[in-house]
Ligand binder design. Sequence first.
Ligand code: NDP
Length: 293
Amino acid sequence: MDSKDFKMVTLSNGIQMPRLGLGVMFIEEGQEMQNAIDTAIDTGYRLFDNAALYENEAAVGKALKNNGIKREEVFISSKLRNSEQKYEKALKAFDLSMKTLGLDYLDMYLIHWPCPEHDTYCEAWKALEHLYKEGYVRAIGLSNFQENHIDKIFGMCEIPPVINQLECNPYLTIEPLRKYCHDHGIWSEAWFPLGGPAQPLEGEPLPEEERLLNNPVLKEISEKYNKTVAQIVLRWEVQSDIITIPKSSKPHRIKENIDIFDFCLSRDEMQKINSLNRDLRIGPDPQTFNLLF
Ligand code: NDP
């Protein structure tokens, strides 16, 4: 496997995107964000996954500007809030994100959740198509869309989505949905790629022994390669053709999480990790999640 080419994927519209990036949800504005972005850029990250909902677009924009990296060297992704899926609202929300980030184009813009009860995501898709055709965004995609939602998009779209960002890791491998996406020219991108934060968005934290990063099978594989369990999980993702966006605000972990391009899991190890699936969803179920935040 050529490790240089392997770091990038080519989306169905021909543009290139890094296989691994930094998720910035919950990274605090100010010094924490600056340190995270500086460390990420120093260690080779070029993809930054953001969303209006995270309320730190301004901090990301500022940190990138302070860092001094050229605009064309980074791949910035953001997402449309659920409350803004009507056509005009979506265009305004995009404008606001651009102003807040301090950018004049985005590399990728996603519909954050389908929110099926409100039935407005096709209207939102029309707005994203407009932004794409006008050259404000280089690629458009979805997040948390299941097969039935994607079918509806394909039933009306002029421009097909290139990405679907989904909760995914070895405990939630969502193989049928990933295959469906692949068969429709859509790359899967994993959120909660390391199993998510210790304190889930709702409810009680998982007991320590049930957390993905404490899994004994992963631990055994990690010892063989002299890597950490997090690195094995991220390597499984990129080798499974899943784009991945681990979040850390800690410089040593930001470095650790991208140091996965110098080894290769065997077919048997990939299979072993696939079989850890327990359909364990920590985040909301996209079929029933309709919150307009
Ligand atoms: P992750 O699976 O990336 O886990 C992040 C947690 O793991 C943090 O608590 C972090 O702590 C810790 N961590 C990071 N690296 C390591 C390591 N090497 N070893 C041990 N622990 C580690 O979950 P996220 O929720 O952050 O998801 C990633 C990104 O996905 C988000 O930042 C966001 O961009 C996106 N996302 C998208 C959603 C969507 O609906 N589209 C929903 C949720 C997230 P610390 O910071 O202290 O290192």
